[in-house]
Design a protein around this ligand. Structure first.
Ligand code: NI
Length: 154
């Protein structure tokens, strides 16, 4: 396991649409392990493959109740609405208000390719939506509804 470099805002990689992950092998497992390490080291709650320079559709999320690995995730259903502050490891020191669904149902594959469905609410739903957006080159700053004025690194 290793800490990977996190791609920062301004790098074109963050704006690309990622491709479906088709192979479920040791390499994928290693990258997912590295992504978890990298996320925990940076004290984030999620990290998507393009943030470590890989244009494939997978991400990791941990809002404090354990690691979730989502390979080829698709939001099947969403409901409700929440407004709250969001940040991103690729945009250090900045937080702004973004509207997300309150509840989502996600279909994805695990690191072995096995399909599963996950339901998440509240902050976990927010984190999952944020990471899946990364896979389509979308950043939370594209969706900000209210500037929080909490920009630390100018
Ligand atoms: Ni992010």
């Amino acid at each position: 396991m290793a800490i990977r470099n996190i791609v920062k805002l301004g790098d074109d990689i963050l704006r690309k649409v990622c491709r479906t992950q088709l192979t479920f092998d040791d390499r994928l497992a290693m990258i997912l392990d590295d992504m978890a390490d990298t996320m925990y080291r940076a004290e984030g709650v999620g990290l998507a493959a393009p943030q470590v320079g890989i244009l494939r559709r997978y991400c990791v999320v941990d809002v404090g109740d354990g690691i979730i690995e989502l390979v080829n995730p698709v939001i099947e259903k969403q409901s409700g609405r929440q407004e709250g502050e969001e940040g991103c490891l690729s945009i250090p020191g900045k937080y702004d208000t973004v509207i997300r669904p309150m509840k989502v149902r996600v279909h994805a594959q695990d690191r072995n390719g096995k399909p599963f469905t996950l339901t998440a609410e509240g902050f976990k739903a927010r984190a999952i939506c944020h990471e899946i957006d990364h896979l389509d080159g979308i950043l939370y700053i594209d969706k900000v509804v209210k500037k929080s004025g909490s920009e630390v690194n100018k």
